[in-house]
Each structure stands twice: as C-alpha cells, then as structure tokens.
Design a protein around this ligand. Structure first.
Ligand code: SAM
Ligand code: SF4
Length: 329
C-alpha cells in the first residue's frame, strides 16, 4: 500500500489515479436539489486554495500516479481567471486526461480556450431539454446559453457528455427526449441517480428514480447493447444504443454502488482531501502548505489519507456529510 512505483494503491488494491479538483463552492445556478433558494453558506475566500497552491498539490499528485484530472465546483467557469489553471494543468506532460464538469452557462465563452489548453471533453449538466422546466429547476432562464455552449464546443471539436440527474415528476417524461437529442447530436448521455445530501434528503427521498426504472423507460423505444466501453475507465454502467455511435450510461451510487471500482480522490475548494464522496473530510492540504511542509511530508499525509479510504460508502448514515456544490460530484 502507499506510494508505489506504479502509482497509489489503497489497502483494497484499488489504484487511485483520478483526482477531482473542486475549484469553488459558488455557482451561478440554483439547482433545487443542490443549492436551495434559502441560501447556503459559502467558504470564506481566504480559505479557498489559490491557483499556485492547486498547482503545487497537483504536481505532487502527478508524481504519485494521478493520470486524470477533472475540474469541477460549484461552477468552475465562474472562478476568476480559471483559464490560467486549465492552461497550466494542460502543460503537465504526465497527465493523460484533463476534463471539466460545468453547467454550460458560460461554456460558449470558454470553449475555444479550453480546447487550446488541451481539454478534449467536458461534461455538461443539463437536467431538462424544456426551457420552462429548466428554469424551474435551476432558477434562471438561461437554457439557450447552455445550448449555445454545446453547439460551439462541438464545432470546435470539444466532445460533450450530457449529465442528467433523473428525478421523478421533474424530468422522467424527458428520458427518451434526452436519448433522441444525444443520437441526433452525437452526444453521450449519462443518467445520474439522485443522491441524498445535506440539503436535500427529503427531496431525494421523494424524487429518487432507480437506474432500473430509467432503463425500462428507455428500452421501450431503444435497443441497448450492454458492455460498451467509453473513452475512459469509468464507474458508469455503459450501453451502446443500437444503430448509433452514442452510449448511454448510468451512475448509480444508490442502487448499484461502484465502490470496489472507485479510483478517485477529491480536492475540495479549501484544500481538504476527500477519499470518499460521502465520507468524512480528510487531511487539509492547504494547512500543510501554510505550515511549509515539504513535498515529501505532504506525500506522507496523502498516503495516510488514501490508506483510510473506506472500502465502501454507507449512504444511510453518511449523506449529511455530502455538500455537492463543495465536493463537486
Ligand atoms: N456546477 C457544475 C455542474 O453542475 O456540472 C459542477 C458541479 S455539480 C455539483 C456536479 C454534478 O453533480 C452535476 O452533474 C450535478 O447535477 C450533480 N449533482 C448535484 N447534486 C446531486 C445530487 N444530490 N445527486 C446526484 N447528482 C448531483
Ligand atoms: Fe450549481 Fe452544479 Fe449545483 Fe447546479 S448542480 S447548483 S450548476 S453546482
């Protein structure tokens, strides 16, 4: 276990090679299941990692075997000068894949520079293809911005994957529309199960739709071929849609936990390293930087944290520890 020649392994022999970096807990949307309208407390700016700190930590992680980085948030494209970080990360030779998850509102402004920086694919979160429904779910009337972002990205060769949180009574009438949209536009589709988190346990209880139910609806219209492989190692269960190039996948942490396959660790905006989406917060790496720890000392702490990565999540007990707009998904 620990830092080995071929990377970072945990005690369950899972190879940790994927780092998600949440660069902000702030957002320009208010998706009702993620950031309730009553308002949420944000981290003080002074607690948030500066880009220089993120880069120093990233270089340490890369030396420890991280091969893939996803930038997330909150909304990553609202953090000031985010392109500086993306461009710097894009220069890291040992990084195999650099991606980003965004709500797409500002994607059209950034798509060109993201491509230039070496980003090949972005995940766009879009829970409705209906303008009115979109506005009800997000609190803003900016559906067209997302569409424009998707179109421009595709023109520039930036691949798009669509993330949809499946919700009863909110978008279950649109599942087939999402597939049609994906097939017509050559966009892979991912359905995410709604997870309970600090702000939304009753919403999650009432609106949750298990993967199996989504599948049943889709299979009325489309033939799905199981076992498709994506461009990446993925925890999504993937299917190819017959007679199309598009895949549909399910990220089902509730009904089909994929903990035994989990290769991720997460860096939160304040520098906390999380080894499980639902788990306790781990070591705070920003504090270690402030204490002027050497890279070697920081690596020791990372190895310790990875050693404590739980074998599996216990959603029933741990949902209150999840604040999605901080952790970033
Ligand atoms: N703001 C960006 C976005 O929406 O793509 C990045 C951060 S957002 C927290 C990342 C993903 O988490 C989005 O696809 C969002 O729909 C999803 N998400 C947020 N809360 C969730 C929940 N309670 N259950 C499942 N997915 C959730
Ligand atoms: Fe913002 Fe993403 Fe949360 Fe929606 S899901 S409120 S876009 S962080």
């Amino acid at each position: 276990m620990g830092e080995v020649k071929n990377g970072l392994l945990d005690i369950y022999e899972r190879r940790i090679d994927y780092l998600r970096i949440s660069v902000t807990d702030r957002c320009n949307l208010r998706c009702f299941y993620c950031m309730p309208n009553e308002g949420v407390p944000f981290m003080a700016y002074s607690r948030i990692l500066r880009y220089e700190e993120i880069l120093r930590l990233t270089d340490i992680f890369l030396e420890m075997g991280i091969k893939k980085i996803r930038i997330t948030g909150g909304e990553p494209l609202i953090r000031k000068n985010i392109l500086f970080l993306v461009k710097e990360l894009g220069k890291r030779k040992s990084l195999r894949e650099l991606t980003l998850t965004t709500n797409g509102i500002r994607l059209s402004e950034y798509a060109y520079d993201l491509v230039q920086a070496g980003v090949e694919r972005v995940n766009v979160s879009l829970d409705s293809l209906n303008k009115k429904n979109y506005e009800q779910m997000t609190g803003v009337n900016l559906f067209n911005n997302v569409m424009q972002g998707i179109n421009i990205s595709q023109e520039l060769g930036l691949k798009i994957k669509l993330n949809i949180v499946a919700m009863r009574g909110r978008n279950d009438g649109e599942f087939l529309d999402f597939l049609k949209f994906g097939i017509e536009n050559d966009i892979d589709i991912r359905f995410i199960e709604l997870m309970p988190q600090y702000y939304n346990d009753s919403i999650a209880e009432n609106l949750f739709i298990p993967e199996g139910e989504v599948l049943k609806i889709i299979e009325k219209m489309y033939t799905l071929i199981p076992g498709a492989t994506g461009s990446e190692k993925t925890t999504a269960k993937l299917y190819k849609i017959k007679n199309s190039r598009v895949t549909v996948g399910f990220i089902s942490a509730v009904s089909h936990p994929f903990c035994s396959e989990c290769n991720k660790i997460r860096l939160m905006p304040d520098g906390t390293l999380r080894t499980c989406l639902f788990g306790d917060s781990g070591v705070n790496l920003k504090n270690l930087l402030a204490e002027k720890k050497t890279n070697k000392e920081i690596k020791v702490e990372i190895v310790k944290a990875v050693k404590a990565k739980p074998e599996k999540h216990n959603l029933n007990e741990e949902w209150p520890k999840l604040v999605m707009h901080r952790v970033g998904g």
